[in-house]
Design a protein around this ligand. Sequence first.
Ligand code: NAD
Length: 299
Amino acid sequence: MSERIEKPVIGFIGLGRMGGPMSRRLIDAGSSLCVFDTSAEALSTLEAAGAAVAQSPDDVGNSADIVFVSLPTPDIVENVVLNGVGRGSRVKIVIDLSTSGPGMAGRVSRGLEPRGIAWIDAPVSGGIAGARNGTLAVMASGPRDAFERTEPLLATFGKVFFVGEKAGLAQVAKLGNNLLAAAAMVVSSEALVMGVKAGIDPKVMLDIINAGSGRNSATQDKFPRSILTRTFDFGFATGLSYKDVRLCVDEAEALGVPMVAGAAVRQMLAVTNARFGPTSDFTSITRVVEEWAGVEVRG
Ligand code: NAD
């Protein structure tokens, strides 16, 4: 029993673009991991890295003390946690690293409480490079004692911010952040496409913006890495960005906060989703504006 408290078994469900590198960081930091994913390929990569493979989310809840989930949508998180992990005999804390919105966080937290399981929402920002390098922003909300117990694990992912004890507060912070990241992609695409159509070299235009007051996460990172190169491979799916901005605008509406620009960003993601599909990279937003204008932002 004392061994269990000193060195808990960590569960990890959802070993995708973010969960894959984050779970490997936990192994590298010396944690014993028990993992599950619906993708056999994702599982075999983690098994090779030293993790024990579980057969189901219930199995993870029976084997691990603290369970992380990094899953695509709120519905999947809710189902995997309430109808899977949360039925396990061993689990005491569940930590959601996904962007899944405050509504779901509240529902799942209330569902786990009678089972004596603490819920922490800890969404992350910083993309797959941040997940690999341990430089993510990790924002957490939930019971303070459970947070303090798990903070050293969260710190293996990056810089940790405690937002408050109410379930879902960290999700609200994350939705605000992702609205800004998506807005930067949309408006930077409009500015760059305008410059190219007028005859400006996009690299020169980016250098100007990045030395000036218009610089942002799209112009500093996404355009040089994934758009000028025409690779559109930043590592964040259009469908997930669209989900984030929908959750954000819905939450703002529920709180009585009008979001005029946010609604426009949501529509641009709806168009990108319809044109290039939910699995396209969200840097494809630029391709929508390019098609309308009849030019390409090429390095
Ligand atoms: P992803 O699609 O690459 O990975 C999701 C993983 O979950 C996949 O391996 C998939 O097989 C697995 N999965 C799906 N349904 C499952 C189920 N029912 N049971 C078990 N496993 C299941 O997604 P991602 O990019 O890693 O994003 C994960 C979450 O993190 C999302 O909520 C996303 O919004 C958020 N996020 C992503 C980024 C990014 O840059 N990619 C950054 C910050 C936050």
